[in-house]
Design a protein around this ligand. Structure first.
Ligand code: FES
Ligand SMILES: [Fe+2]
Length: 364
C-alpha cells in the first residue's frame, strides 16, 4: 500500500474551485497508489458486473475478472443470482473461462464439480483422502445486489446498499426507464493510462472541441449543466433538433458514480462504462450497451450508429489519456489549475478522491 507523506496530507485538503489545484501526478503513477486504489477504494465500493437479462434461466453464468478477482455470476435453481469467486477449492483452477450455461459448475483443471449454490458435489478419485468433507468445500461467495436489473458486486461486503449508492438515478432520468433496457453487447478497450486519468477526461467537455472534432459538430454542449451530488457528478444536456443519432429529443444524462463507473443514459439507450485498473499505468474501459428497442432491424441500425460513434470517440479519448499519462510520468509536471467554467466535474472527482484518501490515511 501507499505510504502517505506530509505533502500528501496537504494535497488532500479541499479548496474552493477558484483556488483549487488538480491532485498531484504521483497519485496517478505510483505503484503503491494503484494498490491503495484497488484494495481500499474500489474493492470497498460497488463494482458493475452485468445485467439480469444476460442470465435468463437456471445455470446461465457470466465469467469476469474485476480488480484482480475472478468471479462467476450464476442463476441458481431458486432463480437467485449469486456471485462466486471463480477459484476452485482444490488447487485454484477456474470453474469456467467464458460465459455459458450448465447444470453444475465443473472445474476446468481436475473436474471437481459444484452445484449452482457453490457446494462441492463431486471430487473424482478422492476416495482415500482422510478428514475431507465435500460439503465444507463451498465456493467463496461475494455480496451481489441488483439496481433495476443491473448487477453489482461488493468485495468487502460492507458497502452501503446498492440502492443507496445509486440513489436518485432512476428518478432523475424519467421518463427513461432503466427496467426496459436489454443487454446488447460488451466492448472493451485497454488504455495505457491510470484509471483516474480516464475518469478525469470524462468529467469535462473542455476537450471536446479539440479532441473530438466529429463529436463537436453533432453535440451542442452549450446547454450542458454539471450537478455535483454526494458520490455522483451528473452532466446533463437536452437533445434537440437536428438529424443525427444523438438528437432524438429528450435529454442525455452522463453520470459519474464514484469511484469508477459512468452511466451514459440517452432515451432508449444506456451505456454502462466501468474503468478497471490493471496497474498504475494501465486500465480497461468496459462498455456494456443496452437498448430498449425490440424490433430486430431497428435495433441493429440504432446500435450500429451508436457503436460506430462511440468507437471513434473512445479512440480519441484513449489517445489523449495515453499522452497525459506520459506527461504525468515525465517529472516536469506535478499539479495544474482547474477551469472554473468547464472543469467542475474534475474538481468534484478529485475532491471525492481526497475524501477517500483522507479516510484511508486516518485509519493507517
Ligand atoms: S483445481 Fe479445480 S479440480 Fe483441481
Ligand atoms: Fe472525450
Amino acid at each position: 500500500m501507499y505510504q502517505w507523506t506530509e505533502r500528501d496530507h496537504e494535497d488532500m485538503k479541499i479548496r474552493p474551485i477558484e483556488l483549487a489545484e488538480t491532485i498531484p501526478a504521483h497519485w496517478f503513477t505510483h505503484p503503491g497508489m494503484h494498490q491503495t486504489d484497488r484494495e481500499l477504494v474500489l474493492a470497498k465500493t460497488w463494482q458493475y458486473v452485468g445485467h439480469e437479462s444476460q442470465l435468463t434461466k437456471a445455470g446461465d453464468y457470466l465469467v469476469d475478472e474485476i480488480i484482480g478477482r475472478p468471479i462467476l455470476v450464476v442463476r441458481n435453481l431458486e432463480n437467485e443470482i449469486l456471485c462466486f469467486s471463480n477459484v476452485c477449492r482444490h488447487r485454484g483452477g477456474a470453474l469456467a473461462t467464458k460465459n455459458g450455461s450448465a447444470r453444475a459448475l465443473r472445474c476446468v483443471y481436475h473436474a471437481w464439480t459444484y452445484n449452482l449454490d457453490g457446494v462441492l458435489v463431486g471430487a473424482p478419485k478422492f476416495e482415500g483422502v482422510e478428514n475431507f468433507n465435500k460439503h465444507e468445500c463451498t465456493l467463496p461467495r461475494y455480496r451481489m445486489e441488483s439496481y433495476e436489473g443491473f448487477l453489482f458486486v461488493n468485495f468487502s461486503g460492507d458497502a452501503p446498499s446498492l440502492a443507496e449508492h445509486l440513489s436518485g438515478v432512476k428518478e432523475t432520468i424519467q421518463p427513461i426507464n432503466l427496467r426496459g433496457m436489454h443487454f446488447y453487447k460488451r466492448v472493451v478497450y485497454q488504455v495505457k493510462a491510470n484509471w483516474k486519468v480516464y475518469i478525469d477526461n470524462y468529467m469535462e467537455g473542455y476537450h471536446i472541441l479539440h479532441v473530438h472534432p466529429g463529436l463537436a459538430k453533432i453535440l451542442d454542449v452549450s446547454g450542458y449543466t454539471t450537478t455535483i451530488e454526494k458520490n455522483k457528478v451528473l452532466q446533463y444536456g437536452p437533445l434537440a433538433g437536428e438529424d443525427n443519432p444523438y438528437h432524438t429529443g429528450g435529454a442525455a444524462y452522463y453520470y459519474q458514480v464514484f469511484p469508477n463507473l459512468m452511466l451514459n443514459i440517452l432515451p432508449g439507450r444506456v451505456q454502462m462504462n466501468s474503468i478497471l485498473p490493471i496497474d498504475a499505468d494501465h486500465c480497461l474501459t468496459v462498455f456494456d450497451f443496452f437498448f430498449d428497442e425490440k424490433d430486430p432491424a431497428k435495433l441493429e441500425s440504432r446500435a450500429k450508429d451508436d457503436l460506430d460513434i462511440s468507437d471513434v470517440v473512445q479512440k480519441e479519448d484513449i489517445w489523449i489519456c495515453e499522452l497525459v499519462q506520459k506527461g504525468l510520468k515525465s517529472g516536469t509536471y506535478d499539479k495544474g489549475r482547474i477551469c472554473v467554467q468547464e472543469e467542475r466535474g474534475v474538481w468534484a472527482f478529485h475532491n471525492n478522491l481526497r475524501d477517500a484518501y483522507r479516510h484511508i490515511a486516518s485509519k493507517q
